[in-house]
Design a protein around this ligand. Sequence first.
Ligand code: GLU
Length: 301
Amino acid sequence: MTGSGETGVVGRFAPSPTGAMHLGNARTALLAWLHSRARGGRHLLRFEDLDTGRVRPWAYDLTRRDLEWLGLDWDEEITQSRRLELYRDAAARLETYPCTCTRREIRDAIHASAGAPHGEEPVYPGTCREAPRNPDRPAALRWRIPAAQVCAHDALSGRTLCQDLCAEVGDLVLRRNDGVYAYHLAVVVDDAASGVTDVLRGEDLWTATPRQVALQGALGLPTPRYLHVPLMTGYRGERLAKRGGAPPLSALREAGESAARIRAELARSLGWPVPDEVSVSELLPLWVAEWARVEGVRPCR
Ligand code: GLU
């Protein structure tokens, strides 16, 4: 099934090849594919492999095989580690400064300031903004975040999240001190370079969306439509994780499980009424109906 792009929708599934896909990754992959294909759009597979220390070389091929087994196809494959010059060029267009602070120095500065961390992640207090502290150390590159409120919208749930990134996040690292470009920069550059119109991904990335919207604004890139889908949980309600022992999809496949049954299990976990075995084409109208319901109830903005 090749996307004709007749509706102009371009979607993507963007796994990190750091391990074997589990059912939770498979559900997000399935939904991203359904969303791209439901209206004849293009669908991309993008390997987010910038953090080379975490990459497992065998995971690329296993991911491709898992997706094919599930009946999901893609029109183009993109590998972030081959596109470093794009991220370098984008970072060069932003107002940045080298940061050589250690984590400890940042932590101490946070504790010493009135604004102790109140959220989940510590706010970078701008320790290196004016002058790099340890010029001999390898420097990370931080983006001097403009002082403004930035809002992200989720088309699936109708939520809007506004953040004052200066106060709530602090200057973002665009390149770590080991030279690895940051996920937020790469994702924004790649989505725009590929003409991605619709980003369907896991709920865990929702709260990071305003910083991606801010980067899009600063780089003059369009903001795609965002759809965040719930993460699949295990029997005890825990989030499935590649490193947390969730059974790999490949193990289910090798144990003789059928893709039709796994698709049905994934669809049922979303509350969709499906028989015990289901094909991807049978799932397409269910996503169309779900999406129509979402679009239908969307309040005016
Ligand atoms: N690479 C990210 C992950 O595997 C997904 C990033 C995205 O979809 O924007 O969780």
